[in-house]
Design a protein around this ligand. Sequence first.
Ligand code: PLP
Length: 412
Amino acid sequence: MFLGNFRLETPLSYPADLFSTLAVRGGAAPDPATGAVLAPIYQSTTYHQEAVGVHKGFTYSRAANPTVSALEAALGALEDTPPAVCFATGMAAIATLFLAILKAGDHVVVSDVVYGGTVRLFQQVFDAFQVTASFVDTSDSATVAQAIQSNTRLVFIETPANPTLKLTDIAAIANIAHDAGVKLAVDNTFLTPVLQRPLDLGADITLLSTTKYIEGHNSTVGGSIATRDEALLERLRLVRKTLGCIQSPQEAWLTLRGLKTLPLRLQQHCSSAQTVATWLEQHPKVARVHYPGLASFPQLPLAKKQQALHGGIIAFELKGGADAGIRLMNTVRLCILAENLGAAETLITHPVSMTHADVPKEIRERTGISDGLVRLSVGLESPADIIADLDNALSQIELTKEQQETEACLAK
Ligand code: PLP
């Protein structure tokens, strides 16, 4: 593990130390010019070249920037890979990955439950370039094997998936993809490399929206890709430079700062989410709670196998369906109705009208993204206060007589 100018004496005991030392120090060394402990913000478009073709590795900030490189080294240290490649947003990372790997006529197998922007990318952008995608249930390995075609170049999975938290067995899908000569990429935004290690489970590429837990303070947007494939890293940097979608130095610096407390924050997010999910599950107005840390979670053995802890996101449905869910989201006061997740503030989201509005209705219905689904990103406030807010909002929801009768029938 490279830690700037020193190395760890003892091997990491994952998950017990939750990568704390790497998060704080990985890839970092004091600035050689000034001794500054933190990487400075290099707010410079261009760089002096001592002679034609002679420079210090930086020429123009669309290609590379020293503050962005510091973030890339830190994320690479955490992922146990060469420096990552950082982007302006998570979507820029996803789009660049596809553009780096695919050509016209190629095909991708994608999890049927993924962030809505990934669906929009295929259905409203790449469709014009003869790149096709099959959205399949990647929690079922046989379905993935069947979906791979002779022109499939990539399997792209999200686990836990946004917003229903459905899991995909990374090791099983890596085997299936590799048997077919296809690469596997994992969107690890919900858990980060601190809680789930896709590359160690056999994936070729791991991708993060750093907007979420990595930066963690609702202050930036950003994305990153890590891989041990040097040729792919070079190709990603070339496509990024050509498209012009590199992370900015200010955002990279804020993300570096957030990264230092990632393991600490995640421990609290996970413990509070477990508390809130357990409370929600016993509430008489709650029909169903999806959280991989609950005994009722249908894929509990897989959650225990590939996740160190289960993250800070809960999805749930209320008795009374969509009307009740929307009423709850409009009534909460501490929880903030907003798009985003993984931040210090507890955020409540209505996937159907917000993050997944562009996902076609038939896909949403097939995959459990119901009109009444509520996504809760449990923040760092006291869990007691989050529960009190939800309790207050739930107490204001009156089920109509008809809804009560429906619920009574369903309960039979
Ligand atoms: N991947 C996942 C799982 C997400 O939830 C999101 C955004 O919500 C993205 C990717 C896209 O990231 P960004 O919003 O940084 O572009």
